[in-house]
Design a binder for this molecule. Structure first.
Ligand code: PLP
Length: 428
């Protein structure tokens, strides 16, 4: 047994239980994925022991010669992957990357325009309880409720009315292609900076399957753990060529927002960027989109509403308003069926943000474990089976047990971290 299980059996057991949960449940949370063994190996190294405040070649601590190699490689690879000429690989998370970008671009009290949380934006895009809504004068845009698409005319109107210093584009729950160029034109028309948070689609962008915001935004932020499939963390990029801005961004991350960088995580980010340069990664992202379209199509066939009518990326929103089901109840029933999704507000939602009338469904994780389009269609059908019973107001215990059984078989066929023997046993 490992020293962890001997020294701390409670923690070791909770970790072991989580490994089993990840194997035995179908993961459809759009922001989750399974990092590769190489990424996890890099993250679980002695690099966690090292203080390295500052940047490669300009550290406040001695002994940084090896971590400098790691950080330089991570920066080089991030720039190559996204055709950027600036990368900061130190943000501990997506939220911290956004906090640093705000700090570099605007001052407290300035007006910022971002997408509302209820319409698919992130907390850090100006939501009231977040730093971005508390320290700045946040104005929020949203979707056109009829089409489920971003209401660019509203963005333009709000920009003209409020003259923001910063416009934030990007999302946590949007299934269509964002017109980055149009956002830049609106920003230019009022003299605002454009920050694009591509956290959800970074992997699709890296694979060339979703338009890159790099040619349009002054600054691009992302997480590294969603479609990009790296370790949990943040990243700031730019291709603006504005050296003064790059200096400000570096200063905003350290010493502005953070102390010592997590060098073990930066090593894992570098590994993930290298993985993302492979042709295998492009094929993976293609399958992510194929699987999302297959699932969305099944919901439509079964009579459920998909916001904006379908998907062009890795996720979609199912609106349950017509069925009168809450997102909260649907999420709970699917959880008991070993299918993990998240409740999500949808356009025109009559329910509170805690209850909602929608589900957000994403395919990055199931695609990593090898589900194909046919399996994704079947899976979507099982979800509809559970929702149908909920919609009739009947007891869901029997259908949940039935789906749990089918989910178990599918999960066994596709191990998350297959041993060599399991990998060989999976039929092609
Ligand atoms: N930006 C977007 C668009 C996100 O969806 C998220 C996370 O869900 C974040 C930022 C925040 O990332 P983190 O959870 O790493 O702080």
């Amino acid at each position: 047994s490992s020293s962890l299980s001997r020294f701390d059996p409670q923690i070791a057991e909770a970790i072991a239980d989580e490994v089993v949960r990840q194997q035995d449940h179908v993961e459809l949370i759009a922001s989750e994925n399974y990092a590769s063994p190489a990424v996890m190996e890099a993250q679980g190294t002695q690099l966690t022991n090292k203080y390295a405040e500052g940047y490669p070649g300009k550290r406040y601590y001695g002994g940084c010669e090896h971590v400098d190699v790691v950080e330089r490689l991570a920066i080089e690879r991030a720039c190559a992957l996204f055709s950027a000429d600036y990368a900061n690989v130190q943000p501990h998370s997506g939220a911290q990357a956004n906090a640093a970008a705000f700090m570099a671009l605007v001052s407290p009290g300035d007006t910022v325009l971002g997408m509302s949380l209820a319409h698919g934006g992130h907390l850090t895009h100006g939501a009231a309880p977040n730093f971005s809504g508390k320290h700045y004068h946040a104005v929020q845009y949203g979707l056109d409720e009829a089409t489920g698409q971003i209401d660019y005319a509203e963005v333009e109107r709000l920009a003209n009315e409020h003259r923001p210093k910063l416009i934030v584009a990007g999302f946590s729950a949007y299934s269509q292609v964002v017109d980055w160029r149009r956002f830049r034109a609106i920003a230019d028309s009022v003299g605002a900076w454009l920050l694009v948070d591509m956290a959800h689609v970074a992997g699709l962008v890296a694979a060339g399957l979703y338009p890159s915001p790099l040619p349009h935004a002054h600054v691009v932020t992302t997480t590294t753990h969603k479609t990009l499939r790296g370790p949990r963390g943040g990243l700031i990029l730019s291709a603006s060529g504005d050296e003064a801005l790059y200096k400000k961004l570096n200063g905003a991350v350290f010493p502005g927002q953070q102390g010592g960088p997590l060098m073990h995580v930066i090593a894992a980010k570098a590994v993930a960027f290298r993985e993302a340069m492979n042709q295998d990664f492009v094929r993976y992202q293609e399958q992510v989109i194929v699987n999302a379209k297959a699932m969305a199509g099944t919901f439509l066939e079964r009579g459920y509403d998909v916001v904006s009518g379908g998907t062009e990326d890795h996720l979609f929103l199912v609106s349950l308003i017509r069925q009168g089901i809450t997102g909260k109840d649907a999420d709970a029933a699917l959880g008991r069926s070993h299918i993990t999704v998240n409740k999500n507000a949808v356009p025109g939602d009559p329910q509170s943000p805690f209850v909602t009338s929608g589900l957000r469904i994403g395919t990055p994780a199931v695609t990593t474990r090898g589900f194909d389009a046919e399996e994704c269609e079947r899976l979507a059908g099982w979800i509809c089976d559970v929702l149908d019973v909920l919609a009739r107001g009947e007891d869901t215990a029997a259908i949940e047990a039935d789906v749990r059984q089918r989910v178990g078989e599918l999960c066994t066929r596709h191990p998350v971290y297959p041993t060599p023997r399991q990998a060989a046993a999976v039929p092609a």
